[in-house]
Design a protein around this ligand. Structure first.
Ligand SMILES: [Zn+2]
Length: 245
């Protein structure tokens, strides 16, 4: 686990090949995404390390319901009764009314390369015993609810990676949490930098690309992706090349 402060109120935590963010504000802490199941202790520790108690977590904001983003949620719900908000369509995915996630067969296909073998073994380790996890308490949040959370957020629908994938903008500090709509690194990517995840992770590749390009219009100065390092740069200028490409 590595913690990086990217703005006054936002700490980004790198867990097992995935990020979550701890956002502080009036009324406590908002957690944006929640790591892999076996990252749960690290999620709790990250909140403590920035001077809060897990009981201060007012809500989890979920970009999408893949296993590497929902891991600590069952513990947070059970121990602290934390509400979980996500996009209206993603609520159905979180409840596992359907599943848009890399299949076991697609994972096995990754075993052809050295980096694929490492990624698969790491992933199996942090998911073990929790493959069937869901978030039955997920609910959609209206604009007023999101604005009132610690940090204050606006929803940015970004369908593609999953049908209900949702990015979140924190207008007060110009921070965009892009989830898996746009990333800057991943063990299965050959190099770091602004890009999409490999296509087998994206339910709808064309939709993922369109949503990522749309983020070029968002007024933000810090990009916090679901995978890879955060980038501190005005988004329209950061995204100019990506949007053109
Ligand atoms: Zn994902």
């Amino acid at each position: 686990m590595r913690i990086e402060q990217v703005s006054e109120s936002v700490h980004v935590v790198a867990g097992t090949n995935v990020n979550w963010a701890v956002v502080t504000g009036a009324g406590g802490v908002t957690l944006v995404d929640a790591g892999y199941p076996r990252d749960t202790e690290a999620v709790l520790r990250s909140v403590r390390e920035i001077g809060h108690d897990p009981a201060d977590i007012a809500a989890v904001l979920l970009t999408h319901a893949h296993l590497d983003h929902i891991g600590a949620i069952p513990t947070l719900v059970e121990r602290y009764g934390v509400p979980v908000y996500t996009g209206a369509e993603e609520v159905r995915h979180a409840k596992r009314e359907y599943l848009q996630q890399i299949t076991p067969k697609q994972m096995v296909q990754r075993l052809g390369t050295r980096r694929g073998i490492v990624w698969v073994s790491q992933t199996l380790r942090v998911c073990a015993g929790h493959i069937g996890m869901s978030v039955p308490t997920a609910t959609p949040a209206d604009a007023d609810t999101l604005a009132a959370l610690p940090g204050g957020f606006v929803e940015v629908p970004t369908p593609g990676h999953t049908n209900g994938h949702t990015a979140y903008l924190m207008p007060s500090e110009g921070v965009l949490f892009s989830g898996d709509a746009l990333v800057t690194g991943h063990p299965l990517l050959l190099e770091d930098g602004l890009q999409l995840l490999p296509d087998f992770f994206n339910h709808d590749e064309a939709g993922t690309l369109a949503s990522a390009r749309g983020l070029g219009a968002v007024e933000a100065r810090v990009l916090v992706p679901g995978h890879g390092s955060p980038i501190r740069q005005e988004l329209p200028s950061l995204m100019a090349e990506f949007v053109r490409g």
